[in-house]
Design a binder for this molecule. Sequence first.
Ligand code: 0R9
Length: 643
Amino acid sequence: MEQYKHKYGAEQIQVLEGLEAVRKRPGMYIGSVSARGLHHLVYEIADNCVDEALAGYCKNINIKIEPGNIVSVEDDGRGIPVEIHPKTKISTAETVYTVLHAGGKFGGDSGYKVSGGLHGVGASVVNALSEWVEVTIQRDGGIFQMKFERGKTVQKLTRIGDSDKTGTKVRFLADDTIFETLEYDYSVLENRLREIAFLTKGLRITFEDLREEPIKKAEFCFEGGLISFVEYLNKNKEKLHPTPIYIEKTVSDVPVEIAIQYTSAYSENIYTFVNNIHTVEGGTHLEGFKRAITKVFNDYARSHNILKEKDANLQGEDIREGITAVVSVKVKEPQFEGQTKTKLGNSNVTGIVQSMVNEALSNFLEENPSVAKAILEKCISASRAREAARKARELVRRKNALETSTLPGKLADCSEKNAELCEVYIVEGDSAGGSAKQGRDRKFQAILPLWGKMLNVEKSRADKIYNNDKLQPVILAVGAGIGADFDITKIRYGKVIIMADADVDGAHIRTLLLTFFFRYMRPLIENGNVYLAQPPLYKLSKKGMKDIYCYTDEDLNRELKELEEKGIARDAVGIQRYKGLGEMNPEQLWDTTMNPETRILIKVTMEDAIKADEIFTILMGDDVGPRREFIEQNAKYVKNLDI
Ligand code: 0R9
């Protein structure tokens, strides 16, 4: 066995201080210490493999979650270099794991064009935040291994055997004194790994969850890259042309890759990525893309006499109706802005994407006139619908102006003027609405009762929605407009809470309202203003005992067990199963579902817009087959999202 020798010098001491800083303020390096931050550890390591794949050396990545939440990531790239690094005087591999930001700085002439990872900090941060890390490298004819505990080297890089293969394997256990939870979510990792595979054409990613029987497995490899991505997003939609439009070009050192396919849907779904990171908030690349498609389709429509001289130009939103697109750019020094640091700020990227799309898309349309025609017919009908919607909206405005108040008649508003502190409960059914009105704290809680079957917004265009008597009160109560007009700064309530029964009808109304918010008030979800109230399922009562409310079946079993332990037999306790909100009196409704001290609210997040869109499309679409199949396969996920 051969061991690399070294002495700790000033540089090494600095190194340890560097990783100590990561442990002191982990949030600065991985965003948070919640489950989200935990999952980032996996992405950071996987991103290093993706970099190696982008450099052309790695074809396979195997990721496992082993029992005890140990993560194992293995690639078949060149292996992290093992020789002594001239600057740190320790092996390059150890340097990468112990020096903050070493990946880029020490990689030097690595052939890496851009680095992935949301925070670009990589291996050393994972090391700092892990109870232990074990790295095994096959390279230069040998197998080398090193080990760390909480960022400190406990076994220096040691040759432990011979091998004619190359590759890197990293196993780690996240530090439970740093993270709130060590539980990885299979579907969260699965979705991100699928996304990485789509974005890295030809890369094979296998994923195994070995934590419990039966073990779960997934394998992703997409020779079609972004084309496969768009086909996946559109798999349950009606397409306007059989294959996605694919354009790819490097302009001013920025590689741009785009796939587009139009569907007969009314929504727009454009997903943008920078260095494989999903830029949820968009940014300059999205701006360039939108500008270009607006210009290209208008120019084509004019030059082919589809738009006549007297016709107004098609607007951006007309051209984006029904579009599904993935835009992926690679930028050397990306600047991320926005609330969640997922908005690209580099201003030169707008022009780069714009000119690339201008050229490539207009060429494509000239060569594929039937595709151009199908898309433009749809854009023109969208522009007519927009015009109809504008008239309908004006009608709504005029009607409101005539009324004394612009608020819907059914709304019982609150007295607080600071919107941030206000809440509106959208309540299913008139009787529950009545209880909620009596039970609420009228200072900051407003109640809007809704009843009957809602309009399915997945299948309706904007004009129908403005005129819909169920949704109009919601639009007016929220007070911030809808669609392109939606202005989050105008919202009248900090919390918009959907309160529906825990039965099938309740689930239906919840799904419809969420679809509506998702499609027409998306910033409301992105901004974290939409919540689901969680009414109890059971009430346990016994003479002389305070009523106990249970929100899940597990709750019920636990409470009954606890009572039994106190010597109270199961059959001595009255168990009432609530069938609906209407069964609760105002006081009970306040205690269980509305009192901020005791209620349970579930925040609706945009964490996974792709998944949400898929659910909405499948649950709301025409096709019953995929819907049933989806619910069967994803019962847990659907329950998590509570729709
Ligand atoms: C299982 C997780 N895999 C990795 O973390 C991983 C890092 C890595 C790598 C190289 C090859 N495979 C890898 N897998 C690599 C890079 C270079 C040369 N040879 C191999 C190079 O950059 O020139 N490295 C990532 C950073 C480094 N290596 C380096 F900084 F040590 F060079």
